[in-house]
Design a protein around this ligand. Structure first.
Ligand SMILES: Cc1cc2nc3c(=O)[nH]c(=O)nc-3n(C[C@H](O)[C@H](O)[C@H](O)COP(=O)(O)O)c2cc1C
Length: 309
């Protein structure tokens, strides 16, 4: 089985991926959160700089329905030495979908095919797709799959929810079974709601031919999840990992930028905290910290006391 880290805009930044890779190292592939500016911004460039992603198998992701923009972003990515890009055809956000990007591109399969035709003609890189299974109804999926089947994708990553589902409800596993039954000429990667060994086992029991999975929120709740799934014997390094993350954000933002750092760190704790429902008081102190030094004291207390609470 291969394990991929999902792109989570604002969370799985190069800082997060770098700290993760230092302590856990178990993902076979990483994806950048979506890149969307025709001329990559400073922030976007940092995401793909090779020196920020050393030792990792990283695939940059593009979100665009404009062929010129897409090719221009791909060109900049290629200049950094990458040979593969991933297309985001799943983002459900209102502002993205209203501009017919992300999951919004699934609504019109004619336009989708035309777009992919041009991408494959003009983009001199390997191309993978990360997709949802429709906008409103799973009956859309058959036509969407028929479009993908026409192209030599590197792989198809399926998050089996509709745009309308956002992140709610159960993943629609029957749509992944449908894709497997279609015997597509490229590998399928499953993504969605793998949060524990138990959920992983249940999902893979349903999809026995799947040989690669992508994990997002489950890795935030438990950064050791992929280590556990892949059977690698890692000692508990959560405290060291979270400390490294704080140090790296502090270094990136610079002195006196505690608010920005804390925003990023608390975002991770919002997920991590779900695995510690019995430690609400300790988590609250982390959430309420106003400075990095307050934060570090609260985190230290969390790790010292979490078992005994
Ligand atoms: C806050 C947040 C940001 C996300 N950003 C991206 C993104 O930039 N690109 C993308 O393809 N998917 C993005 N996703 C979707 C995830 O990659 C993934 O498909 C989804 O969370 C389901 O997988 P999971 O249940 O393992 O988290 C995002 C999801 C969340 C919750």
């Amino acid at each position: 089985m291969q394990y991929y880290m999902a792109p989570l805009e604002g969370i799985t930044t190069y800082i997060f991926r770098g700290a993760y890779h230092k302590f856990y190292r178990d993902c076979d592939k990483y994806f950048t959160p979506f890149l969307a500016s025709k001329r990559l911004s400073y922030k976007e460039t940092n995401e793909i700089k090779p020196e920020n992603n050393e030792g990792m198998n990283l695939v940059p992701q593009i979100l665009s329905n404009n062929i010129e923009t897409f090719i221009e972003i791909a060109r900049q990515i290629k200049d950094f030495g990458y040979d593969t890009v991933n297309i985001n055809l799943g983002c459900p956000s209102g502002t993205v979908v209203s501009r017919k990007r992300g999951a919004g591109q699934l609504a019109d399969t004619y336009a989708l095919e035309k777009f992919l035709d041009e991408v494959f003609e003009k983009c001199p890189m390997k191309i993978s797709v990360k997709t949802r299974v429709g906008m409103y109804d799973t009956c859309e999926w058959e036509d969407i799959l028929a479009v993908y089947a026409k192209f030599p994708l590197e792989e198809l990553i399926i998050h089996p929810r509709l745009r309308e589902d956002y992140y709610k409800g159960k993943p629609r596993l029957e749509t992944v079974k449908q894709a497997i039954a279609a015997q597509l000429p490229f590998p399928i990667c499953y993504n969605g709601d793998i949060t524990s060994t138990a959920t992983f086992t249940d999902i893979i029991k349903e999809l026995p031919t799947v040989d690669r999975v992508m994990v997002g929120r489950g890795l935030l709740r438990n950064p050791a999840l992929v280590s556990e799934l892949s059977g690698s014997d890692k000692k508990d390094c959560l405290e060291a990992f979270m400390s490294e993350l704080a140090n790296r954000y502090e270094e990136q933002y610079g002195v006196g930028q505690d608010t920005n750092c804390l925003f990023k760190l608390k975002d991770v704790w919002n997920h991590l905290g779900m695995n510690y429902p019995e430690n609400e008081k300790l988590l609250k102190a982390i959430r309420k910290s106003d400075t990095l030094s307050e934060y570090r004291i609260a985190v230290k207390r969390f790790f010292a006391q979490r078992e005994s609470v």
